[in-house]
Design a protein around this ligand. Sequence first.
Ligand code: HEC
Ligand code: HEC
Length: 779
Amino acid sequence: VNLVHLSNVFLFRSARAGLARSAALAAVAGLAMAWSCVAAMAAATSSVVHGDAIAPATANALWSVDPAFPGADLPPAGRSLFDFLVMQGDAGRETADVPFPFSALVERIATPRRAGAHDAAPVRAVLIPLGRSLQRSAAAPDFFASPRVVVSFAGETRGPGGAEVALRDRLYFGYQPRANVIEVISYNEAAGRFEFQIVSDYRAGGRAKVRYARRPVCIACHQNGGPIFSRGLWSETNANPRIAAALLREKSRFEGVDVARGIDIPDAIDAAVRRANRMAGYQWLWRNGCAASATRDGEIRCRGQTLVAALRYRLSGRQSYDAAAPEYRELVRGAMAGLATAQRGAGLALPDPGLPNRDPLLDHAIGSRSANDYAAVADVAAAYDPLTPRPALEIWPFADPDFVARQLVAGIAEFFTDADVRRLGDQLRAAAAWNGAPRRDVTLACDIGVTRREAGQQRIAFACSAADAGTQRRAQLQGTLLVDGVRIYGGSVERLGFADDGAGTDALRNIAIGGGTFRMRRGEVVATLRVARDGTPVRRGDGHAVESIRLTWVPPHDAAKAAAPALRARGAATVTLLEDFAPIARAVSALERSTQEGTSDALSAQPFRRASVLAALDREIGLPPARWCCVDDRALPPPAVEERAALAIDAGEEAGEERVFHRYCALCHRSDDPAPPNFLNGTPAQVRANLAHCAQRLHVRLAMWERTGSERTKTPMPPLATLHGAGISESAWRSAEDLSTLRGYVAKLLRADGARQGGTDALLRANYEQLRECLPRAG
Ligand code: HEC
Ligand code: HEC
């Protein structure tokens, strides 16, 4: 069997077992070190099998993205969408050019750089003064003077060189002006994952620097490896009237974002985040699901037939594709059925990108504190904390291969933009005109109901059907038509279904009638309807175009009856199909062959890449090459990564106890970055001083391991997923000697500073935000 990725999965399992052992045995093998080796390996695949003791939340299911394995900081392949947008000038290689202020950056991205069919891409932005992000305390105590701005994009644009760039669901900003930092999450097409980046020194007169972030830090909260967001009602945002009122006391606009906006905007961001969250699941099925077929040939053809079905589905307006086609059943559904038998666990678990709704001002109103002191309400209780591990949002059960195959097809379909689909439709139509694609008529019998309105207007309802003797299915056509004299001016086809094999499983619905003609011919009424979606032909689930629909009926001979306000008649419908999908089916077959021969990698076990697939299809169809974004990164300057601070521990000066901090905490708390607090940065003496300053909060975060679940008021440290990544289970950690060492060290610090620090139990009862800050504030 050649299950590339799945064998990686097993490689992982043994690698991790090895790590668990080394963590237990070796004294100096730091978590950070174990980590970097896991991270390097994680670059090879995107998910791992869960050991039973390790992931109670998703017993026996695989994660589409596993928070225990964030992957390498730098992209394992390709680059982020953001890099392509800010680093690639029209002339090629350039350094990052991130316009300031923020509104200029957003506008630059949304505005197409070359004229075309595009308007500016829609931008959705909210303001979050008291949030849960890594930047949440940067503006303290003036939270409302400098709210965080969160931005997502919809639609598509034209980027450098005029290439079309899909922005929808793929690019997000989190900007806190006080921190001079923009956090960026954007999709990496070639690697099939979201990248986490930081733009630092982002201010007037600054030299903005773009770096890949320390991924383990981001993934501690972004457990799904992508964007996360509050669930409705989004009470942290300016959609909450009380938040908006407090912001309006400062300004009516921040960074180009109006305070006075309703919940439709956070709702749209939430929806984008949810869609983005599923991309990893689709990629997993594309790579590993197809790899569960019995042969390599089957694996490649599974991807080819998924692609055909996905294109049909999009061309039909996301309404139908042929789930009964023999190739689809054998190759796509068949491969997914292989997942259940290949002992891949019970299903694919999708992480939860949603955080419980939190209203930071709820307590503020009731309390007697001064109206402008928000420090106390800034605290994030464990139940609301994005650091708290979230159980799977849903599990796609491998026992239901029809369902899993449907997820895959509908998901791959979402990687194409609306413009891609329009363009493909246009190409098919042009090729049909050129090649003389065959036409075919389908006839149905109809009930026609005519209602006359004032001034020669009529409303005509039609309900047609025809049985197909071969398949026992019925073709059907239902809708209404609005006629003014001899002109059809509106109406819609509510349902259009076909009985023939291959037509697609589901009927087409809600097709607008865009016009047509209405006339009498030899005593018969002939209505010819023009149907289209977005200016391109309506297509059914086999990809073929519905070229026209003609209705005919004979009105009563009696003139008085014919002019009655309402009448019924029997009639007929002829649906003319233009069978023009063949070039795509042929191009995909050719792509399957070239992937088998190794001359293309479009259908290989790599992530699904829209640009590679469309470019290859164009080639096979014989179209001139177009410019595509964002797979080929040769024109970009090399990527930069956020530096981790040097290992002071190498000097060997650390006492044993401080080493334990380095081992478990350095991954996230030793860097030049102030968030999360970098208390392990500096010389051994500085680190000791930092730990002493942070002692109160260290105590709380470590003491939380004594409690479980809902008894925890704060999230314990280190994050559970990090322990899992090193092969340490929660129960093992709670009784680990290293944990007592850490706690003992902190207890000593607190005792040494007794009077000022307060009793340890009092610390656990106090409002966390009113404890001494972990590190003194800079400046
Ligand atoms: C302490 C938890 C936490 C950490 C750690 C964290 N984030 Fe976030 N992040 C959030 C939360 C919560 C949101 C959504 C609400 C908000 O922005 O206030 C968010 C939102 C974002 C957004 C806006 C898009 C979205 O997901 O809604 C970006 C971009 C972002 N984070 C980037 C990063 C990067 C890059 C890192 C690593 C350097 C990081 N985050 C680390 C909690 C965190
Ligand atoms: C995988 C990354 C990661 C590791 C490993 C990690 N932390 Fe954290 N830590 C974070 C993040 C993220 C935050 C949240 C910051 C926030 O809420 O804004 C945090 C917050 C904290 C805080 C609270 C800081 C404050 O200002 O309130 C303390 C204390 C802390 N960690 C201690 C530790 C200790 C001790 C260890 C090791 C035993 C550790 N952490 C390991 C990521 C990590």
